[in-house]
Design a protein around this ligand. Structure first.
Ligand code: SF4
Length: 368
């Protein structure tokens, strides 16, 4: 099949199949792929603005029973390094976050064997009582499915109670590759792909903002990457008309340093050009998701800048704190000034946003 024909099909607003996506991934010249993805970006996000964010990623706990073989962050409940973040620790982190000009808190944990819904409801309520203006972007679908299973509650009821306590939006973490052949091997005790989709389906029905993600470059095939994208597109098509559903899609390459997967012979081998190709394919395969983010944290700002010409319109957060991918080798960091300069140097206008992708002014403290 001719790759030009497929790119024109996508440019005319048509969905591509798994096979068609794989053909483009394997055969389309990168400049042509980038040009088509950039054209689709202009159709969805016509302005020359590239958005970015300031948020803080705080881990609720490092105790997790999922056993993901790509994760150096988790530990068992009896391990000496096991912790559950305390309220005074949250307060210190949030106070610092506020002085740095952000009200966006990303809260992620893992699958704690004992913490049930009450724990999270109390935590969110306490945080919102103390800081009514902060936004809680918290708990990925596997965590919500796990809490629901502990409580023997439906996903819908679990999400409703979390929202009543202060949950504002759900990050798309824990997706990795949403194909069970892959999940069983890399995350043996994590809820399956269907659970991820079912939690997001209910979140969208309840009008919650969410994002979708993909961690690639480990044991999956190119077809499985495309299957992941097609399933996300299909779920987005089921959201209620008035809901945003997935506001953004973010993919990043597997970071292997020191992980069990690496010991099993699976190392990170995604090149910058493969990452750019994957970002372009994300834009091409996901016409019903507005924002495509490039992950500077895992690929570096130079590669992320090129992604802005390959379909991406967002560079995500400067991240005041991040502990999970950093523990597996992602070592890049950037401040607010460098983020804005990087966007300008790539030929775009930087625009600060919040988690809802609303444009907001840059606080004075940030550029001081
Ligand atoms: S990636 Fe998340 S779910 Fe998997 S083991 Fe680490 S903390 Fe647990």
């Amino acid at each position: 099949m001719n790759t030009n024909h497929l790119l024109n099909k996508a440019l005319s607003g048509n969905n591509l199949s798994i096979t068609e996506g794989a053909i483009l991934f394997n055969k389309a010249p990168l400049p042509e792929l980038m040009a088509a993805a950039h054209e689709l970006r202009k159709q969805k996000v016509p302005s020359n603005k590239v958005t970015w964010q300031i948020d803080r990623n705080v881990n609720i706990s490092n105790i997790c029973i999922a056993g993901c073989k790509f994760c150096n962050f988790h530990c068992g409940i009896k391990d000496s390094q096991a912790y559950i973040t305390t309220l005074p620790e949250y307060k210190a982190k949030i106070d610092e976050m506020l002085t740095l000009g952000s009200e966006q808190l990303l809260l992620q944990g893992g699958l704690h064997p004992k913490l049930g819904l009450d724990f999270y409801v109390n935590l969110f309520s306490e945080l919102k009582k103390e800081y009514p203006n902060i936004k809680l972007h918290a708990l990925g679908p596997p965590e919500i499915a796990h809490i629901a299973n502990i409580e023997n509650l439906s996903y819908r009821e679990t999400i409703k109670q979390l929202v009543s306590a202060g949950l504002d939006s759900i990050p798309g973490g824990g997706a990795e590759i949403l194909v069970d052949r892959v999940r069983k091997q890399i995350s043996p005790a994590k809820p399956n792909a269907q659970a991820w989709f079912d939690v997001m389906f209910e979140a969208h029905r309840l009008g919650l903002l969410t994002t979708a993600t993909m961690m690639f470059g480990h044991i999956e095939t190119i077809e499985e990457r495309m299957e992941h994208l097609v399933k996300i597109r299909e779920l987005q098509a089921k959201k209620p008309d008035q809901a945003v559903g997935f506001s953004a899609f973010i993919c990043w390459p597997y970071q292997s340093k020191g992980t069990k997967l690496e010991q099993m012979g699976v190392s990170s081998n995604v090149t910058p050009s493969e990452y750019i190709r994957m970002v372009a394919l994300s834009r091409i395969m996901l016409p019903n998701i507005i924002h495509i983010q490039a992950s500077w944290l895992t690929v570096g700002i130079e590669t992320a800048q090129i992604c802005l010409h390959a379909g991406a319109d967002d560079l995500g957060s400067i991240m005041i704190e991040e502990n999970v991918v950093s523990s597996a080798g992602a070592t890049y960091s950037i401040n607010a000034q460098a983020m804005q300069k990087a966007i300008r140097d790539a030929g775009f206008e930087p625009q600060l946003r919040n988690q809802a992708y609303e444009h907001i002014p840059v606080p004075d403290v940030v550029n001081r």
